[in-house]
Design a protein around this ligand. Structure first.
Ligand code: GLN
Length: 474
């Protein structure tokens, strides 16, 4: 029996190279867990039928002494990342039975290493949501309490890792979709710097915000996957290479208690307490606490700016789903009728955002909505520059609450959007952020994970990994 609970990528790699077990054994162990758990949790929309064949290829590489750290490592992939020839659908009816015609760049890079792809994971339709309830294929359940949501939109990937149905996973983060489900499920979730990972082959949501991120049980695992997928790609002109930052001996951190209190009135004191516990731990481990004095109103406007910029980009990106280019086509009496019938395959949340986006970009409203949101975006970027000129890392909660109940916010979009209050600013500014399972809270006799979020300046992922590790070390 392989101890999947305590398995890391490094450990699995060493075990396979030393012959303790094969990549096929490891894949079988995960397939067994998927068989036992997925019916209830609904993390996977599809488990690939060639997993063992992929693992055999990996075993060959290992035998020939050509293994890298990722050879034979079984991972799960969010349903909006293209793998050539396989189905991919962003959990939407409008892409039912659609197959990817090429590999996304991240997949191409992982394939080169001999990674084993277990399957594609459930998500909110087109990555719009914070609970995975907006999937056209049913909600994913939180393994810590199955009456609760796993978070979203990458809920399936987070659950796959949290319940040992994958060793690590890929997700996408436009406003928190890797970090928030990581927080709710008790795993590490990295949202890298904008442009550090190619978006080629990721279904676009908000192109100026989207980034592919990684899930793992440890900070090291998210780093190993990130190191493989990052870097310039000729198919994404916004992608780039950069050198890892030099880590000075004593990293410094800042907290923003007033901003937390202002952002989450009811939970404010609970959140400030959680952050101060983490701050104390970091101080004990040699990090330096610095105070930053900022205009918190600027940071508080991030959520409003996000819910203007994101739908504006959504409305334009999703115009391509018209029944002509991709997926199923619903025939109508004329072209417009066919478009309308086909596009009625979109779920309610997707429609809401397309409408919102079309509105904020319309003549007469453009300046007061979209134009204003862009200037707020500049202010937020400058504010982070100021913060990171004083501190290496900023510590915030990932979410205002631990995982909420299935159905609790489903009929109230605004309360769902408010769950993103601490995550969207990193996307607005393009900076890296990670959610670390460093805390928990007991509700209804169940221990629910609660994520602590770390942010840093653009390109400074290494600082996040280092601080995340010291938060998690026993
Ligand atoms: N929850 C956010 C939203 O609904 C974030 C989504 C995401 O990051 N893809 O837009």
């Amino acid at each position: 029996m392989i101890d999947l609970k305590n398995l890391t990528i490094q450990k699995a790699h060493e075990d396979m190279v030393s012959g303790k077990y094969t990549a096929v054994d490891l894949a079988n162990a995960y397939l067994k867990n998927i068989e036992d758990k997925n019916t209830e949790l609904n993390a996977y929309l599809e488990v690939f039928d060639d997993v063992i064949k992929q693992a055999e290829e990996a075993d060959k590489k290992i035998k020939e002494g050509k293994a890298s750290i990722l050879t034979g490592i079984p991972i799960a992939v969010k349903d909006n990342i293209m793998i050539e020839g396989r189905r991919v659908g962003a959990a939407s009816k409008i892409l039912k039975d659609y197959r990817a015609t090429y590999d996304s760049t991240v997949i191409e890079r992982l394939k080169k290493e001999g990674v084993v792809f277990l399957g594609r994971t459930n998500m909110d339709e087109f990555a719009m949501g914070s609970s995975t309830e907006n999937s056209a294929y049913g909600v994913t359940k939180n393994p810590h309490d199955t009456s609760r949501v796993p978070g979203g939109s990458s809920g399936g990937s987070a659950v796959a890792v949290a319940s040992d149905m994958a060793l690590a996973a890929l997700g996408s983060d436009t406003g928190g979709s890797v970090r928030q489900p990581a927080s709710f499920c008790g795993v590490v979730g990295l949202k890298p710097s904008y442009g550090s990972v190619s978006r080629h082959g990721l279904m676009a949501m908000g192109s100026s915000l989207d980034v592919i991120g990684t899930f793992g049980k440890t900070a090291e695992d998210t780093k190993i996957l990130f190191d493989c997928i990052k870097g310039k790609d000729k198919y994404d002109s916004t992608s780039m290479d950069y050198d890892a930052v030099n880590l000075s001996e004593n990293l410094s951190f800042a907290t923003l208690d007033d901003f937390i209190r202002a952002s989450a009135k009811e939970e404010g004191e609970f959140l400030v307490k959680k952050i101060s516990e983490s701050a104390t731990k970091l101080s004990e481990r040699g990090l330096k606490s610095v105070s930053v004095d900022i205009d918190q109103k600027i940071l508080s406007s991030a959520l409003a700016a996000y819910y203007i910029i994101m739908p504006a980009e959504v409305s334009s990106n999703l115009a391509r789903f018209d029944g002509v280019k991709y997926g199923p086509r619903e025939e109508g009496g004329n072209l417009l009728d066919s478009y309308m019938k086909t596009r009625s395959l979109f779920g309610n949340e997707v429609r809401r955002r397309i409408l919102l986006g079309t509105y904020v970009l319309s003549a007469g409203y453009y300046d007061s909505y979209y134009g204003n949101a862009l200037s707020v975006r500049d202010n937020i970027r400058n504010l982070f520059k100021e913060i990171f000129s004083k501190a290496d890392v900023l510590i915030l909660p990932t979410t205002p609450t631990p995982a909420f109940k299935i159905g609790e916010k489903a009929d109230d979009p605004l309360s769902m959007y408010l769950a993103d209050v601490f995550t969207v600013s990193a996307n607005i500014a393009g900076i890296p952020a990670v959610s670390v399972p460093a805390s928990s809270v007991e509700i209804d006799g169940k221990k629910l994970p609660f994520g602590i979020q770390l942010m840093s300046a653009w390109g400074n992922e290494e600082k996040l990994f280092k601080v995340a590790k010291s938060l998690l070390d026993k």
